[in-house]
Ligand binder design. Structure first.
Ligand SMILES: [Zn+2]
Length: 132
């Protein structure tokens, strides 16, 4: 049995990894490659969806203003414009959601509700030096 495993920092705690977002310790299998746990991903998705709708409606409002004041549609085609607007809000929200979620992933910051581990707790960071 020639088992050649690359030694990495993970080998120190083979089964327990701290989620970088909520700072709770989870089984390694539950975290993705950015070390986000399941619930953090769900929460981020949720928040991104919320912001996505906000972005979608903002986009729709701008488009509505543009259509209303610049294109000035007649009563005959207003239904078509409304359908276009609904589609724009829908697509805009999807695009904005992916954008927001991507930004969250990219920043990779801890969540606002995350509680830093107490010093001395097993698995806590050793870099606890107080500055002068
Ligand atoms: Zn988490």
């Amino acid at each position: 049995m020639a088992e050649e495993r690359r030694v990495s920092w993970r080998d120190r705690y083979p089964d327990e990894v701290t989620c970088v977002r909520c700072l709770d310790v989870y089984d390694q299998m539950l975290l993705d490659r950015l070390l986000w746990c399941e619930s953090c991903r769900a929460r981020a998705r949720n928040r991104a969806t919320w912001w996505g709708w906000a972005g979608g409606f903002a986009f729709g409002a701008v488009l509505a203003a543009y259509v209303w004041f610049v294109i000035q549609p007649s009563d005959l085609v207003i239904g078509g414009w409304i359908a276009t607007m609904v589609a724009a809000v829908w697509i805009g929200s999807k695009v904005a959601r992916e954008f927001v979620y991507g930004a969250m992933r990219f920043r990779n910051a801890r969540a606002v509700e995350a509680v830093p581990p107490v010093a001395g707790e097993p698995g806590a960071m050793e870099s606890d030096q107080e500055g002068p």
